[in-house]
Ligand binder design. Structure first.
Ligand code: PGA
Length: 255
């Protein structure tokens, strides 16, 4: 029997952009139209806007385009000023949430905290997109230990039955927002993603075969075709380029 290829997952991480609700609604509409005109079924698109815009986009979810958030808090409800819960996100139809992005880890978020957020998301059937990535690459390969530790500590509360409900985003910190210098070399991406898949398989066994691992870090229309060809890449987490419908169109075509 012919094996159906799994869908590539494209996450648009808008970060603290765009500046207004109107721009957010327009950009979401443009991305949704791109989703409609894509003739094939091999792609799923998740848009992660800033919190204030999520509610306004709730009714616009559909087709190949889903909503995600850029963070959440692990407590269920209560006196946690400025925080947002998994159930609040679920009620606004966010079906994904980014956790442990390096820009949040830089502000003090630890893998133990990320782990609690992952568990909270799963209780509301929201797919956590868990970001891991080394700050720098050394020739001795110490970065593999960094990745091993970050990945397994962030997933410490995830049971075998849930491992396929988690998405991993491998984002080498040094390759994010490189201002046009480009993404990591496709061979290195493939090597690292295969390593991460092995770490998951060692801990979770066959259950992890369906866990998607994405690449993130300066993905743009030029690099995208080679990145998607790299072994083991199940999709991409895209920052800057996801604010342009024209760039996203080229990236979708590369899939
Ligand atoms: P970038 O961001 O594509 O702008 O490098 C990726 C990310 O931080 O998720």
């Amino acid at each position: 029997m012919k094996k159906t290829p799994t869908k590539k997952l494209i996450i648009a991480n808008w970060k603290m952009n765009p500046g207004t609700l109107k721009e957010a609604v327009n950009l979401f509409g443009a991305i949704k139209n791109l989703g409609k005109t894509l003739g094939h079924k091999g792609i799923e698109i998740v848009v992660c806007p800033p919190f204030p815009f999520i509610g306004a986009l709730t009714d616009k979810v559909g087709g190949k385009v889903f909503l995600g958030a850029q963070d959440l808090f692990f407590e269920k409800e209560g006196a946690f000023t400025g925080e947002v819960s998994a159930s609040q996100l679920a009620s606004a139809k966010a079906s994904y949430v980014i956790v442990g992005h390096s820009e949040r880890r830089r502000m003090g978020e630890t893998s133990d905290l990320v782990a609690k957020k992952v568990a909270a998301a799963l209780t509301k059937k929201i797919m956590p997109i868990v970001c891991v990535g080394e700050k720098e690459r050394d020739t001795e390969g110490a970065f593999f230990h960094v990745l091993h530790d970050e990945l397994l500590t962030s997933l410490q509360h995830v049971a075998k039955k849930d491992i396929a409900k988690v998405v991993i985003a491998y984002e080498p910190v040094w390759a994010i927002s490189t201002q046009g210098k480009g993404a990591m070399a496709p061979n290195d991406i493939a090597e690292t993603i295969i390593y991460l898949k092995k770490v998951l398989a060692d801990k979770y066994g066959k259950a992890s075969a369906k866990t998607k691992i994405l690449y993130g870090g300066s993905v743009d229309p030029f690099d995208a075709p080679e990145i998607f060809k790299a072994a083991g890449v199940d999709g991409a987490l895209i920052g800057k380029a996801s604010l342009s419908a024209a760039k996203l169109e080229k990236i979708f075509k590369a899939v």
